[in-house]
Ligand binder design. Structure first.
Ligand code: ADP
Ligand code: MG
Length: 746
């Protein structure tokens, strides 16, 4: 049985309404071991004949038999398999993959060998056979014509296919090199069918065993020059079925290897893709960050600080809850703890810490005072033990001010009370509030000072002996460094004639919602402190630039004494704390039944219609912006990357002509693009790491959560897959033959 038989095969080209005959009525039969020279005028149909035999061109008439099997019913996949098993093609203009090295070009056709070492060994053997050993590391683009053709021959041999087709393989070579190439071809294809199209029959005369002349698409003559001994069939049939079984996983595995090879072989292009992906990823990152900051508008606003398990109570008739009443209420209604004066929990202005920046400069940070809270074990320093000590829970951006590890007796002022920082924990999520943990009594002091200095403007008068006015001071500071029940008067010693200090404090009454109730009485106290209260020690107080001649410093217990005397008469609200919100709302119900106004902080969220509408609109706009940005990025990346397709089109056609399955090439394309995505992902992680761990950057960017990153990563992945899909589609729109430069007469 002949290896290859053509029976009445005809091929007609129809283009732009013109019909031209490629070949017609061709009847030929070929066997292994033949060296067939095909000659004929230009346009006579030589290339068409080879293209039909190779399966790169379809035929309309007749039948092509391969080892006795008809092929007219073949679909694309069958032709791929056919090419993979039977055909090696050598073109006039070489069709070497220029970006690949000689070795890679050959290894590409050895993909059927799954063992890498074995593959390398075989490639080196073949390159030795064609005399290219010294050039294996050279890129295709750097070779001479003869060297390219040798590489292509090695590649053709690598496939070990029974049929080698060569379309004017020496067309671009000088005569000496041409002779070498023909001899090489002859030498390496002794047991194969070799069909060479040439316009120069003399060149092949010596080697050819058969000469076919083509004229006007038909066979003009067919001579046998020398008889060929029948060559035994190789086991190619067997191989076909075996490789077919493994085609699925093998194709994908080869595709992955191919993608990696393409990525590495085209470093400039790969770098370009990587940059493109990095731009895309950082773009998505920025847009996501922008949208996340805008969506903060959605955050609920509570009238009272949301603390789980908190119940706020006040009396219905507006009467004051005394300290004893407070304690009794907490006991009666089963609260875990209670807070008589809870203003610090809610009021913005009461929760600011004045911090020293050094050199007399200072700054304020918003910080929520708490007590009874736990921040875990991984803290810097320790929790407060004394009333004058605080533990700070701060955003990482504050690390510049407070330092990284050791607490070097930093002092801060909370409502004019100087306290010592003994522990810190930094957090990265800058959506959270900064907090300042105090002891219970320490908390009370801050509350008292808030009332004394912010809600009240105390008149501070210094008197000398016999009530002589020695002047006024306008500010009270408090420090734990001062002994209990002592007052320190900077700049004036008692010897200078001051014998007593009078402090008048008066506060407005506040209603349930915290606004000033003008209709009601103003509570005031006057306290006069004699010499026995004066501190004669030296007090180093950091006033952060406050002129000391305008202040007096009072010990915390005195501050509490003055403030609470008034509060006891005027403060009409308190907080009870329960295990959780359910217990809190149950208690609130009972308290309500018992005649109090009681609400949980959870229940005080009041949606403001305007706020909701603004939030909704801006939310929709942000989502729209996000989507638009992604579409723009996809468009941009797609545009940039499609510019690079031209270069790849030829390579891909070569691969296809070599019989590398479309699936492998497609997988290769995806793998290449996904590899370009890796640096982009690394960049996003690095950017995120920098932004959210670098103290100076942390405050300028909205903190993104894991799900934001998931959105970014998935977004990039989808973007890449989509772009690659478009590329692949474009690449495979055109047939192999069209994409090949020398494949068809144009
Ligand atoms: P040769 O290789 O012998 O120079 P070809 O096989 O390339 O000749 O061409 C044979 C005939 O088929 C020519 O008339 C040519 O115009 C026509 N032909 C070849 N390829 C195409 C094509 N892609 N579209 C239209 N006509 C074609
Ligand atoms: Mg031709």
């Amino acid at each position: 049985m002949a290896l290859l038989t053509l029976k009445d095969v005809g091929k007609i080209y129809v283009s732009d309404g013109n019909v031209s005959v490629g070949i017609r009525g061709v009847n030929l039969s070929f066997d292994r071991g033949e060296f067939v020279a095909v000659t004929g005028k230009s346009g006579s149909g030589k290339s068409t004949l080879l293209n039909v035999i190779s399966g790169m061109d379809s035929y309309e008439e007749g039948e092509l038999y391969i080892e006795g099997q008809p092929t007219s019913h073949y679909m694309q996949y069958d032709w791929e398999q056919y090419r993979k098993e039977y055909i090696s093609f050598i073109f006039q203009d070489y069709n070497i993959i220029e970006s690949f090295t000689v070795l890679q070009n050959v290894e590409l056709s050895l993909m059927h060998i799954s063992d890498k070492k074995e593959r390398r060994k075989r490639a080196l053997e073949l390159l030795d056979r064609v005399g290219m050993t010294s050039h294996i590391k050279h890129k295709g683009s750097k070779l001479s014509g003869g060297q390219k053709q040798r590489t292509v021959i090695a590649r053709a041999l690598a496939k070990d296919s029974p049929i080698i087709l060569a379309d004017e393989p020496t067309g671009n070579l000088d005569s000496a090199t041409s002779k070498e190439i023909i001899e090489l071809l002859r030498e390496v294809s002794k047991d194969k069918l070799l069909i060479v199209v040439t316009h120069n029959f003399e060149q092949v005369e010596q080697c050819a065993t058969r000469h076919i002349r083509v004229f006007d698409g038909a066979i003009e003559s067919d001579h046998v020059i020398s008889h060929v001994e029948a060559v035994k069939e190789t086991a190619s049939q067997e191989k076909l079925s075996k490789s077919e079984k493994r085609r699925g996983s093998g194709d994908i595995r080869n595709g992955i290897a191919l993608g990696r090879a393409i990525f590495g072989a085209t470093p400039k292009l790969s770098f370009f893709f990587c940059m493109l992906m990095i731009i895309g990823a950082l773009g998505i990152f920025l847009v996501t960050s922008l949208c996340a900051s805008a969506s903060e508008i959605f955050e609920k606003s509570y009238m009272f600080e949301r603390i789980d398990g908190r119940v706020i109570i006040t009396t219905r008739d507006g009467s004051v809850i005394s300290s004893e009443d407070a304690k009794k209420l907490a006991d009666d209604f089963g609260a875990d703890s209670y807070l008589r004066y809870d203003v610090l929990l809610d009021e913005e202005y009461a929760n600011r810490a004045k911090i020293s920046l050094g050199g007399g400069r200072y700054d304020f940070i918003d910080i929520r005072c708490t007590y009874n809270e736990d921040f875990g074990d991984d803290i810097i320093g320790r929790y407060p033990k004394k009333d004058g000590e605080v533990f700070l829970y701060l955003p990482i951006s504050q690390q510049d001010n407070f330092g990284k590890d050791a607490i070097e007796t930093d002092k801060i002022q909370l409502n004019n009370v100087e306290v010592e920082v003994v522990g810190i924990k930094y957090f990265y999520d800058n959506n959270l509030d900064a907090k300042c943990l105090l002891t219970e009594k320490g908390f009370d002091t801050i509350t008292a000072m808030y009332y004394l200095c912010v809600r009240s403007y105390p008149n501070i008068t210094l008197y000398g002996n016999s009530d002589k006015n020695m002047g006024n001071r306008n500010m009270i500071l408090s420090s734990y460094d001062l002994e209990d029940s002592k007052i320190f008067i900077p700049d004036i010693s008692k010897n200078n004639g001051v014998s007593s200090v009078s402090i008048d404090a008066s506060y407005q009454k506040y209603d349930y919602y915290g606004s000033i109730d003008h209709s009601n009485d103003v509570f005031s106290v006057q306290k006069i402190f004699g010499e026995e209260y004066f501190s004669d020690g030296k007090l180093k107080i950091n006033t952060y630039g406050e002129p000391s001649s305008s202040i007096i410093v009072m010990s915390p217990d005195l501050v509490r004494e003055i403030a609470f005397e008034v509060l006891e008469k005027s403060y009409r609200q308190m907080s009870l704390f329960y295990e959780n919100n359910e217990e809190a709302s149950e208690a609130a119900k009972k308290l309500y039944d018992a005649g109090y106004i009681a609400v949980t902080s959870e229940a005080t969220y009041e949606p403001d219609a305007f706020e909701i509408i603004v939030g909704l609109i801006s939310g929709i706009m942000m989502a729209f912006l996000w989507v638009m940005a992604i579409i723009f990025l996809a468009f941009f990346i797609g545009l940039c990357s499609s510019r690079t397709l031209g270069a790849f089109k030829g390579d891909m056609a070569i691969m296809r002509s070599m019989g590398i399955p479309v699936r492998s090439i497609k997988v290769g394309m995806y793998v290449r693009m996904l590899m370009a995505l890796i640096p982009a992902y690394i960049c996003v992680c690095a950017a995120a790491y920098l932004i959210f761990t670098s103290p100076s950057a942390n405050e300028h960017f909205v903190y993104l959560y894991a799900w934001h990153y998931a959105v970014i990563f998935v977004g990039m992945l989808l973007l890449t897959v989509r772009i690659t899909r478009k590329q692949v589609k474009k690449l495979f729109d055109t047939s192999v033959k069209k994409s090949l430069k020398g494949g068809a007469a144009e």
